[in-house]
Design a protein around this ligand. Sequence first.
Ligand SMILES: [Zn+2]
Ligand SMILES: [Zn+2]
Length: 363
Amino acid sequence: MSKVKAAVCHEFGAPLKIEEIELRAPETGEVEVTIDAVAICHSDISFWEGGFGGSLPAVYGHEGAGRVTAVGNAVQGFEVGDNVAVTLIRACGHCNSCGGGKPTICETPYDGTKGPLTTTEGAPVFQGLATGAFAEKVVVDQSQIVKIPTDMAKDVASLLSCGVITGVGAAVNAAGIRPGQDVVVIGAGGVGLNAIQGARIAGARRIVAVDMNADKLEAAKEFGATDGVLASEGKPWSAVKKLLGRGADVVLVTVGVAAVYDMAPRYIGNGGKVIMVGMPHFGETAKYSPLIMADVGQGIVGSKMGDVVIKRDIPWMVDLYQQGRLKLDELISGRWSLEQINEAIADTKSGAARRNVIIFDHG
Ligand SMILES: [Zn+2]
Ligand SMILES: [Zn+2]
């Protein structure tokens, strides 16, 4: 056991408290990672608000990067000192999904109540998103980590653990965008900008960003959007169809708002598909017309974490970053200490930020 400083949620929606908790040593197949940087994702905020359920007290945070500082038995391919990105993608490697190359939808999900965290009095602390990276150290399964180059800054590397793989992967893996296809990305936030970069990398013809905020539409162009349409103006799907000459081949919905899902099929043309990336709160539903969608061969597909295989996909994304073809530095809008986490969350929630990153000083 070791004592670690963490941002703990005791009540949904109430400020996180910075306090010491106990982290047990890594067991079979697990590694301990000292966290150098962790980005704040909208999923952390949804959990903190109680929108996704889960027990309390809890430690959230799942978009991390750091150094391996201990390894359990039967860990292969990692040793103390390795620089790694830490993701929430915990895959058993043996179920139907893992065997089929889709570890992001592993069928034996992790039970966070049996995690490595306890209070100093010994009561269980929920390891949010199978990671609990709003803390100085984590103990995670070896399936969740990927080596990164020693010369890559950890704040930048942390982004690869969720927002970047989710957006780029949705375009490249889930949508399987081919050169020349027309793509609409709804929401030009942290994940949306990465979906736009993914569409650019995949060779899309037109990439139309749709957002409520004109400044975000301008920023989207830096990441590869060819056009921008304000979501607040009348029927944005009509403006998109005018731009493209027809409906889009792919619409990537990157915001977790059910009302946006109601509208998403209106953007696609015959044979087009909607990729569901953003996650509305539990219990919310959306409407669509099965008649129209069946009649013109359209589809709606869910994509968890960009359908990535982290040990395949994160290394090529690192390489594209190092070549200047994947933008990461530009995604960071603020750097904060763990003590400032409630301010950083408020800033993320305001919608103005791209990614806010918590930087740890291990002094
Ligand atoms: Zn995330
Ligand atoms: Zn599995």
